[in-house]
Design a protein around this ligand. Structure first.
Ligand code: ATR
Length: 265
């Protein structure tokens, strides 16, 4: 029997997830299809019902529904609970489970690059949907300090209620750190610039953008010109997908040269 998987979001047209998962289904001789579906918020409850009834075997959830889906789910994994962010759904013992593989995606992307963040300091820019996953991953990597700044201050204070260890900064406060992470949506458009000054950093550090399209945002371009190491969000995307695939199928699919070439076609 053919199994159906979905990514739901709005917008979702440009999602790479169908291309990723269909490749892995094929490669592993699994009779399954992964499609994208643009949903409105009012259809979230129904989506969970479709999983419960077996019409859909699993789903990924993307913006703006990672938190909004939570009230309709039977059970959350510990990571989903902690981050209040669900990106993977599946059924177990007749219950629809909400899980979070973004935390794995972020932490594993750092480990894959052979970066050690133990006792290092991070600065996160932004306080949106992906940030609880980034904070949790940084904590798992034994980071020392997490500085964070955001245009709207209230959101930082809200985050601080859940993640007491983070250190909110004023937008203009310059700080030395070992990694800066752009977790805002600034950079999706070619002209987007983040009006922060990184000219006074003492060392060459890592600039990480959670955005993967465009592959080099202005945030990364400026950092590269100054000799810093840059990482975009592509690896995180692939690794969160890898973990979701493993949850659904029990198979840990390879992210090898052939796969990366196929994605770049
Ligand atoms: P959401 O906030 O709904 O989760 P998101 O795309 O996950 O949406 O997050 C958007 C992030 O980009 C936020 O941190 C947002 O800052 P605000 O909290 O002040 O809105 C940030 N962002 C978006 N446009 C921005 C801009 N022009 N300047 C600075 N930050 C911006």
């Amino acid at each position: 029997m053919n199994r159906n998987y979905l990514i739901i979001g709005n917008p979702v047209e440009h999602s790479l997830s169908p291309k990723i998962h269909n490749f892995w289904f094929n490669k592993n001789n699994i009779n399954a299809t992964y499609k994208k579906e643009t949903l409105s918020e009012s259809k979230l409850e129904n989506l969970v019902k479709r999983i419960k009834e077996g019409d859909i075997s699993g789903a990924n959830v993307t913006v703006p529904f990672k938190q909004k889906i939570i009230p309709f789910i039977d059970k959350l994994s510990n990571l989903a609970k902690k981050t209040q962010s669900v990106n993977t759904l599946y059924k177990e013992n007749d219950l629809v489970i909400g899980d979070n593989t973004d935390v794995y995606g972020f932490s594993q992307s750092i480990l894959n690059k052979n970066i050690n963040l133990k006792n290092k300091d991070a600065l996160i820019v932004g306080a949106g949907g992906v940030v609880p996953s980034v904070i949790t991953a940084l904590e798992d990597l034994s980071i020392r300090k997490i500085y964070i700044k955001n245009r709207t201050k209230e959101k930082l204070l809200k985050l601080k209620e859940t993640f007491a260890n983070i250190s909110p900064l004023e937008w203009d406060h310059e700080i030395d750190c070992d990694i800066v992470i752009n977790a805002t949506s600034l950079g999706l458009k070619p002209d987007d610039q983040i009006n922060l000054n990184f000219d006074n950093l003492k060392n060459k550090i890592i600039f990480y953008d959670t955005i993967y399209n465009p592959p080099v945002t202005n945030f990364l371009k400026n950092a590269k010109e100054k000799g810093h190491v840059i990482i975009n969000g592509k690896l995180m995307l692939l690794l969160q997908a890898q973990k979701a695939f493993e949850i659904w199928t029990g198979i840990n699919p390879k992210i090898d040269e052939k796969f990366l070439n196929y994605l770049n076609d």
